[in-house]
Design a protein. Structure first.
Lengths: 414, 275, 293
């Protein structure tokens, strides 16, 4: 008898679980229309006028009407972004049109998960895109750049520089050092330069390492995908960064700082490398910016995130249409005004953002560089960043950093 | 125990001071978090001039965000069910392991313990593959079942010793059916530990982020943690808002704990454990 | 049906529901991971058998070596501290403060357990900040110079340990407290009559009775500490250098950043074996003590 009761209880429990799972299931509509799924990350400020979901649903209503189809929008948080895509692709539950950043590309191409979209675009359309070529990866058009922006710049507190006798933002390596020395001498209670070497994520490289590295003429990988950071140019750049610390131009606290903007905002640092949109958050300080030129080049990092079409997509024509619609002037300019201020991506669109960056986006486009696509990119960046951190603490030499990183990459990540 | 009878030596006063110090260290970061949620700071440093305690806009944004209520309900359903099932299933198993002799008992318990040793990051992908094949992603079932593991069994088993065998024997001799022994004698005796299991399950389930993120693709199935993660954007982060979200999310398990803690003390007072 | 068989059947019925769940959601995935560890598997394409390659590679990987070292160090630093601290606090609370104040203090000490790792990590990053961080401000007040808590190779792992202890103590304290409250009061009264001091009562009565609970606390402490990931990932990301990388961080990176599921599973198997060995040693230690008693 006892057993019966226990079994009953169990049965009840199982049934309850079953019911819960049943009611949780979302019903799929049987309208017979073509269906597309569209994944896009969060951009809207949480206190902004629309949420990402509202914005895209509103835009998709128009697209659905025009094309007699259904688009399911899913907004993906930046936290654990890669896991979300990975499990999606694994379960064939990936979107038809998604949004990837540069470090993610190699593996998805390698898995054969992405489609070449070149044939869906006419030459005229291609010409209209300002950064279409950035989406050409390994000879194929796997990506359609959609957010190209936030170039890294050297931002300077002009009041402090003036106090130190410097009139304009340094534009070369030597000028930067001179300005730092002048600040150190004349305004001793201010850090001449601040960098966030204490960040837990390698993303800081984009502001404080790659622009210098490219400026020295370095290339991260060659055409065959071999790592080429351990070169004379790489060494020159790394040594330059190290010398800033050695000569006391970069304070010790830079090894633990994870947000250089904070001391800059407080007037405790004269100069920082940061993303253009971050500079706009500084309101109480009279600042100006430049793109630092190295001995060889003037290049700075620019974020380049793209729309992609997944291979499993059944109606590729329609998906291509969706990509064109999302990147069209109308949708994008609305996106830039209502959701997130970004520079335009098509030539028929105009820059509507902050005045001060109008010149940057209009005339310096050829100085922007995005990260290359190669195997194990994010792990390489992680390794390099950690080794550079050790260098800034005086535990590795610049030579060792580049050699160790390259060795590690070649034996473990390639 | 009567407080007045206690001797307060130098030693115990020192202990009390340490206790208060530790308690202060425990609570300070959360006071910081709460204060932070009244600012509009884009960095994590707190500046006096940013604080405005009459400004509830951050909370308004968090609570008023579309989908917040739905996510809250989802979280509550998931947490409630996982606590309930975890307690039932774990206490049954722990009772079986300690008070019933059957072949392979020790070996099976070893295996249970073994399953706790592998990190969730590893089993997540295989579990996801299975769930997906079974068509169970985007269901409450998937969100609940993942919380049930051998931890509860292990926890309760270590407390089962306080249930005297003589008591169970006596009940059996009196002709009390087995299921009633379990429900009416064993369960009340292990109430304190069940409450600590509830608290723990609540916290794990409430704070879980990665699994709800990958196992749901329908925003109507998002839990609170996933919904709150959408507050973060890539370049500009309003930390005041993030902290307001964290504060809201933190309050639920905290209130639950304070409430259960009362139960916990009463549970001990009422149960036979006191001896 | 004989009494013995009946009891065995009852026992099986009691454990059956949990067994089914654990079989499906824990044991099967472990076997799958074990299988993947011998393959090259990028999650999208079918796994390809490569024998012991992943394991060979793993033992030459300097990241794994440092991660294993750090993980062990972390376990050795956190488990004893959090166990002792939880026991002392619980004993003190049970002895002196079975009242409202005690309840309040218990609630307060439980707060860190409730917070998610993300919240805890974020707040502690601010507290441990080198410039203007709360902790360094206090040190400066006592004329001790600032410490670069998270940014230096000497203290980054230690800082994570401190935060981990802070976060875990509350939970183990509640478990110990439940255990101490379960001890029959007559035992203490008899001891008092015999003239035992409170320290003697603690070592002769409380400790031996709490042994199964100590076993629980230590075992869980070890298992959880070996799986340290969230806090380290949020607070230092493993840096500077490899000073705070951990095994689960390596597993996570291999699986989700490099899409090398096979390699990640090999590391997980290595971790599993390490935990099992430590657990066996722990068992021997606990058994020996039991016999000695």
């Amino acid at each position: 008898m006892m057993k019966k009761k226990v079994t009953m209880c169990l049965l009840a429990a199982t049934m309850l679980m079953g019911m819960l799972s049943g009611c949780g299931k979302s019903g799929s509509s049987a309208s017979g229309k073509e269906k597309l799924t569209f994944w896009f990350p969060t951009f809207a400020a949480a206190d902004g006028e629309v949420t990402d979901e509202e914005f895209w649903n509103e835009k998709m209503d128009v697209f659905e009407e025009e094309n007699n189809c259904e688009v399911k929008v899913e907004i993906i948080p930046w936290d654990n972004y890669e896991e979300k895509y990975l499990t999606g692709v694994n379960s064939n539950d990936s979107p038809d049109v998604g949004y990837l950043y540069m470090e993610m590309f190699y593996d998805y191409i390698d898995m054969g998960a992405l489609s070449d979209i070149d044939k869906y675009f006419t030459d005229e359309e291609k010409d209209n895109y300002l950064y279409y070529d950035l989406g050409n990866i390994q000879g194929k058009q796997y990506a359609l750049p959609v957010i190209v922006g936030n170039p890294r710049i050297l931002t300077a507190n002009m009041d402090i520089l003036k106090q130190a006798g410097i009139e304009r933002v340094p534009a070369t390596w030597d000028e930067l050092k001179e300005a730092c020395q002048a600040v150190k001498k004349n305004v001793p209670d201010v850090a001449p330069l601040m960098e966030d070497w204490g960040n837990s994520h390698y993303g800081s490289l984009n502001s404080i390492y790659w622009p210098i590295f490219w400026g020295a003429g370095g290339e991260i990988v060659d055409e065959e995908g071999n790592l080429t950071i351990d070169t004379e140019a790489g060494l020159e750049a790394t040594k330059y960064i190290y010398s800033l610390k050695e000569e006391g131009l970069l304070p010790d606290s830079s090894t633990s700082n994870d947000d250089a903007l904070e001391p800059f905002k407080n007037g405790e640092a004269a100069m920082i490398f940061n993303a253009s949109s971050n500079a706009l958050q500084v309101t109480d300080i009279n600042w100006d910016y430049s793109i630092l030129s190295g001995p060889e080049n003037t290049k700075t990092f620019v974020a380049s995130d793209s729309l992609v079409m997944f291979k499993k997509c059944e109606n590729k024509e329609l998906a291509a249409k969706l990509m064109k619609y999302v990147t069209s002037k109308d949708v994008m300019s609305d996106f830039h005004t209502r959701v997130s201020e970004q520079p335009p991506i098509t030539s028929d669109d105009t820059y509507t953002g902050d005045e001060r960056f109008s010149d940057l986006f209009t005339n310096h486009g050829d100085e922007f560089q995005s990260l290359p696509v190669f195997k194990g990119a994010s792990s390489l960046y992680d390794t390099l960043f950690k080794n550079l951190q050790s260098m800034m603490l005086g535990e590795l030499t610049p030579e060792e950093v580049l050699k160790n990183t390259t060795d590690y990459y070649n034996t473990n990540l390639k | 125990m009567n407080e007045k009878k206690q001797k307060w030596t130098v030693f115990s006063i020192l202990g009390l001071l340490l206790l208060i110090l530790f308690a202060a260290i425990c609570i300070a970061p959360f006071i910081y978090m709460a204060i932070m949620s009244f600012t509009k700071s884009t960095t994590l440093m707190l500046h006096m001039k940013d604080i405005n305690f009459t400004d509830f806009t951050n909370f308004q944004y968090v609570l008023g965000k579309s989908g917040f209520i739905r996510a809250l309900i989802n979280s509550i359903i998931v947490v409630f069910c996982s606590c309930l099932f975890n307690c039932i299933i774990a206490s049954m198993a722990a009772y079986g392991f300690t008070k019933k002799k059957f072949p392979g008992r020790e070996v099976i318990f070893r295996i249970y313990l073994l399953t706790l040793m592998i990190p969730g990051q590893v089993t997540m992908i295989p579990v996801f593959i299975m769930m997906n094949k079974a068509g169970l992603t985007n269901t409450y079932f998937a969100l609940i079942v993942i919380i049930l593991n051998a931890f509860g069994v292990f926890l309760i088993r270590q407390f089962m010793d306080s249930v005297p065998d003589e008591l169970l024997e006596a009940a059996k001799v009196d002709g009390c059916p087995e299921y009633r022994i379990f429900i009416q004698i064993v369960i009340p005796l292990i109430k304190p530990v069940l409450i600590s299991l509830v608290v723990f399950t609540f916290v794990t389930s409430w704070n879980d982020f990665l699994w709800p993120l990958v196992s749901t693709s329908d925003s109507s199935m998002y839990t609170l943690t996933v919904a709150l993660s959408l507050l973060k954007t890539q370049y500009q982060t309003n930390y005041g808002l993030i902290m307001a979200g964290a504060t809201v999310s933190f309050l639920f398990p905290f209130v639950m704990y304070v409430f259960l803690q009362k139960q916990f003390v009463e549970g001990i007072a009422l149960s036979g454990i006191k001896g | 049906m004989s009494r013995k068989t009946k009891e065995a059947v009852q026992g099986v019925i009691y454990i059956l529901p949990s067994f089914v769940l654990i079989l499906i959601f824990c044991i099967v995935p472990i076997f799958m991971s074990g299988f993947f560890s011998f393959t090259d598997y990028n999650i999208m394409n079918a796994p390809e058998f490569v024998g012991l390659d992943n394991y060979k590679k793993m033992f030459q990987d300097s990241y794994v070596r440092d991660a294993a070292k750090n993980t062990l160090l972390y376990v050795v630093m956190t488990v004893p501290v959090q166990t002792l601290l939880a026991l002392t606090l619980a004993a003190f609370l049970a002895e002196k403060m079975r009242n409202k104040t005690g309840g309040f203090l218990r609630s307060v000490m439980f707060i860190p357990v409730i917070a998610s790792a993300v919240t805890a990590g974020t707040i502690w990053r601010i507290i441990l900040n080198t410039d203007g961080g709360f902790l360094n401000n206090i040190l400066n007040f006592f004329h001790i110079s600032s410490v670069n808590w998270l940014g230096s190779t000497q203290t980054s792992l230690l800082s994570i340990c401190i935060v981990a202890v802070w976060k875990n103590v509350g939970y183990f304290l509640v478990i110990y407290y439940a255990g101490i409250m379960g001890i029959q009061k007559e035992l203490y009264e008899a001891a008092k009559v015999d003239g035992a001091t409170s320290i003697q009562q603690f070592t002769k009565i409380t400790l031996p009775i709490l042994k199964p609970i100590t076993y629980l606390v230590v075992t869980l402490g070890i298992i959880w500490s070996f799986q340290v990931f969230d806090l380290a990932y949020l607070m230092t990301g493993g840096g500077p250098g490899h000073s705070s990388v951990t095994l689960v961080m390596g597993i996570y990176n291999a699986a989700f950043k490099q899409y090398k599921m096979g390699y990640a599973c090999a590391m997980a198997m290595f971790l599993l074996i390490m935990i099992i060995i430590i657990n066996v040693i722990e068992d021997l230690f606990f058994k020996e003590k039991r016999e000695a008693k």
